[in-house]
Design a protein. Structure first.
Length: 138
C-alpha cells in the first residue's frame, strides 16, 4: 500500500551535519521525499506534536531537546512507507537498534536518537498535517 509518513531529523542530527547522510539513506531506500523544510520549533510546538507523551516523565526534557535547534521535517511516501522508514531508523533506544540503522549508528541516547518517524497510519495523518498544509500532502 502506498503510504505517507512524517520523518524528522532531530536537533542532534542537524547539529552534527547528518542531514545529507540521512537523506541519502532515504533516497537509496526507494522512499520519495514528498515535502521538506527546516525549522526551529518552539517548546509549545514541540509539546503539541508530542501531546500523546504529555504524561510521561521524559516529556519536559523531550520538548526542550526538540526545540534546542533546527529540525528537518519531511513527508516520505512510497510502498509501506511507515514501516520502511521505521526499519531504516531502528529501535527508539540506539543501544537496542539493529546494527547499520540510523539510530544505532548516530543516536546518542534514547532521547537524542537523531530521527523520528510516525508509528501507524493514524499518527502519520496527524503528524503530516501538524507540520504541512494540504498542498504539500497531496
Ligand atoms: P520518538 O520516536 O520521536 O518518540 C518519542 C520520543 O521521546 C523518542 O523518540 C525519544 O526521543 C524520546 N524519549 C525519551 N525517553 C524515552 C523513553 N524512555 N522511551 C521512549 N521515548 C523516549
Amino acid at each position: 500500500m502506498i503510504e505517507q509518513t512524517l520523518a524528522i531529523i532531530k536537533p542532534d542530527g542537524v547539529a552534527r551535519n547528518l542531514i545529507g547522510e540521512i537523506i541519502h539513506r532515504i533516497e537509496t531506500s526507494g522512499l520519495k521525499i514528498q515535502a521538506m523544510k527546516m525549522v526551529q520549533l518552539s517548546v509549545k510546538q514541540a509539546e503539541g506534536f508530542y501531546a500523546v507523551h504529555r504524561d510521561k516523565p521524559f516529556f519536559p526534557s523531550l520538548t526542550s531537546f526538540m526545540s534546542e535547534g533546527p529540525v528537518v521535517l519531511m513527508i516520505l511516501s512510497g510502498e509501506n512507507a511507515i514501516q520502511k522508514w521505521r526499519d531504516l531508523m531502528g529501535a527508539t533506544d540506539p543501544a537496542k537498534a539493529v546494527p547499520g540503522t540510523i539510530r544505532r549508528e548516530f543516536g546518542q541516547s534514547i532521547e537524542r536518537n537523531t530521527t523520528h518517524g510516525s508509528d501507524a497510519p493514524e499518527t502519520a495523518a496527524f503528524e503530516t498535517a501538524y507540520f504541512f498544509g494540504g498542498m504539500e500532502r497531496l
